[in-house]
Design a protein around this ligand. Structure first.
Ligand code: KIV
Length: 228
């Protein structure tokens, strides 16, 4: 789709019935660890477990018939070692999702390479990576300084080189996201990263204004389901 200049559409889903709505024509579904916030009521994605992802990932995979289904690897399921990363990427097998997503750049490239070598496709995730919220000191736009922007471009090239088939860019300046998109052969999927990415993703509960704990500035609301 990137090569043809076609935009890629993605939403999150965490259950069977929502996943079945992929009949509407969405290209990809992410079983995001954002389920920690929107389904389980945690403040962050940090407490989410591999078991949580298997439970919800399998339900989504049963419902989705037309789209690529990506399941998130939760915090500390891949950072600890390359071995742990490959074993836990087995959530693709457990859930029957099509591939996994993990957060980070150069520091997790050995994990990306090992997981892809094990025939499990990997989507990368850069910018505001929510599993690192404590290290960032809050949910803040990333890549704002020249050094941070340069680092993000290098991380994006590194994850591509390591074998990632796509990369999510979350909360980075639009100009930077466009630059990264132009620099990579693999597609970029933006969330709060402007219009220059190859695709866009939203958390479906944000898109429908069902989740009221906080609403990121970039969210476009398509219906006010919570209030109604
Ligand atoms: O967990 C999630 O829903 C995500 C998206 C916000 C990209 O990682």
């Amino acid at each position: 789709m990137k090569d043809k200049g076609e935009k890629i559409s993605m939403l999150t889903a965490y259950d069977y019935s929502t996943a079945k709505l992929d009949a509407a024509g969405i290209n990809g579904i992410l079983v995001g660890d954002s389920l920690g916030n929107v389904v389980l009521g945690y403040d962050t994605t940090i407490p989410v477990t591999v078991e949580d992802m298997i439970h919800h990932g399998a339900a989504v995979a049963r419902g989705a018939k037309n789209s690529l289904v990506v399941v998130d690897m939760p915090f500390l399921s891949y950072q600890t070692s390359v071995y742990d990363a490959v074993v836990n990427a087995g959530i693709m097998k457990e859930t029957q999702c099509d591939c996994v997503k993990l957060e980070g750049g150069k520091s997790v490239c050995p994990q990306i390479k090992a997981i892809t070598d094990a025939s499990i496709p990997v989507m990368a995730h850069l910018g505001l990576t929510p599993q690192s919220v404590n290290a960032f000191g809050g949910f803040k736009v990333q890549g704002k300084t020249v050094e941070a922007a340069q680092q993000l471009i290098e991380d994006a090239k590194a994850v591509e080189e390591a074998g990632a088939f796509a990369v999510v860019l979350e909360c980075v300046p639009a100009k930077l996201a466009r630059k990264v998109t132009e620099a990579l052969h693999i597609p970029t999927i933006g969330i709060g990263a402007g219009e220059g990415c190859d695709g866009q993703i939203l958390v479906y509960a944000d898109m429908l204004s069902m989740f009221s704990d906080f609403t990121p500035k970039f969210v476009r609301s398509f219906a006010n389901v919570g209030e109604i």
